[in-house]
Design a protein around this ligand. Structure first.
Ligand SMILES: Nc1ncnc2c1ncn2[C@@H]1O[C@H](COP(=O)(O)OP(=O)(O)OP(=O)(O)O)[C@@H](O)[C@H]1O
Ligand SMILES: [Mg+2]
Length: 274
């Protein structure tokens, strides 16, 4: 069975994070997540979107985890943006369930960040009401520590949004975005960023170009092939490192969709209900 050792690989890769001062780095490195962030006993997940671990779908999430660990070995992923070509393809569902699976590894420090400024879904899914939103961190009005919520049972941190529908042009200006992604990558082994769809907003492309990699979530049997290919082209033109696609809700009779080159795919599809 594949082992997950992103934590070690990335700790080495990030021993000198550029965006943190030496003092801040000393405060953050080695401090348990529970002490850095506001902690709750557990997230109250929306049960209708939760994947049960001991099912076929749970097994497929473990395959996805192993693939990410494998891809991270060569390059140190740091952060992955999850997007789709259209709305409602399952990004938020995939991000939260994958985070739960990744956080099962005892040493792993995992974060989930809601950067879907148009249709934020993370706070609802996890029942989190942060004092500050990630938009406050990007504007410099709050720190990551004020925004993140850690669950002792689930063992990962959620960064939610408080407001939405705002113009994100200034928030995603390159300096502040680079600073926040740099800080997140320094604090965590892997940061999963939930965003909006590529075909309706520019945010995934902007975020994807700054993050370590991008994954495209595709709703099987619903999204047109042309839409997926167009989204792929947009991401690649912006210089994003496109890791692969997650085929969500794939009925077993549908063929798998291979978009990327041989070494850049997730070899299994995802179905919410086994
Ligand atoms: N594999 C699946 N099987 C069945 N239902 C699913 C599956 N994945 C997601 N859903 C449902 O589809 C809906 C949209 O899912 P989700 O919110 O995760 O998508 P999204 O891409 O984040 O949407 P948005 O673009 O609005 O942010 C939800 O009601 C969710 O419960
Ligand atoms: Mg969503």
């Amino acid at each position: 069975m594949a082992t997950f050792d992103l934590a070690f690989e990335q700790a080495v890769a990030k021993s000198t994070p550029a965006s943190l001062s030496d003092i801040r780095e000393k405060q953050v490195v080695g401090t348990p997540l529970e002490k850095l962030f506001g902690a709750v006993d557990n997230f109250e997940f929306d049960p209708s979107r939760l994947v049960v671990s001991a099912t076929v779908v749970g097994e497929q999430y473990r395959t996805l985890k192993a693939n990410i660990a494998h891809l991270g070995r060569s390059g140190g992923l740091g952060s992955i943006v999850f997007t789709s070509s259209l709305k409602g393809e399952g990004k938020t569902t995939v991000v939260v369930n994958l985070a739960r699976e990744l956080a099962r590894e005892p040493a792993a420090k995992i974060a989930v960040v809601d950067c879907d400024f148009k249709r934020p879904g993370m706070s609802d899914f996890c029942s989190v009401e942060p004092d500050a939103g990630i938009e406050d961190v990007l504007s410099g009005a709050a720190s990551l520590e004020e925004c993140g919520v850690y669950s002792r049972r689930d063992r990962f941190v959620v960064f939610g949004l408080r407001h939405h529908g705002e113009d994100t042009g200034d928030l995603l200006a390159s300096a502040s975005l680079q600073r926040v992604i740099g800080e997140l990558e320094a604090m965590f082994d892997l940061v999963l960023i939930d965003t909006s769809p590529v075909l309706s907003t520019s945010e995934p492309v902007v975020l994807g170009a700054k993050a370590g990699a991008v994954v495209l979530v595709v709703r099987a049997g619903v999204t047109q092939r042309e839409s997926v290919l167009f989204a792929q082209a947009q991401l690649e033109q912006a210089g994003c490192r496109l890791l692969g696609v997650v085929i969500n809700a794939r009925p077993s009779y549908l063929p798998r969709l291979w978009l990327l080159r041989k070494y850049e795919y997730f070899p299994d599809a995802y179905r919410h209900k086994g």
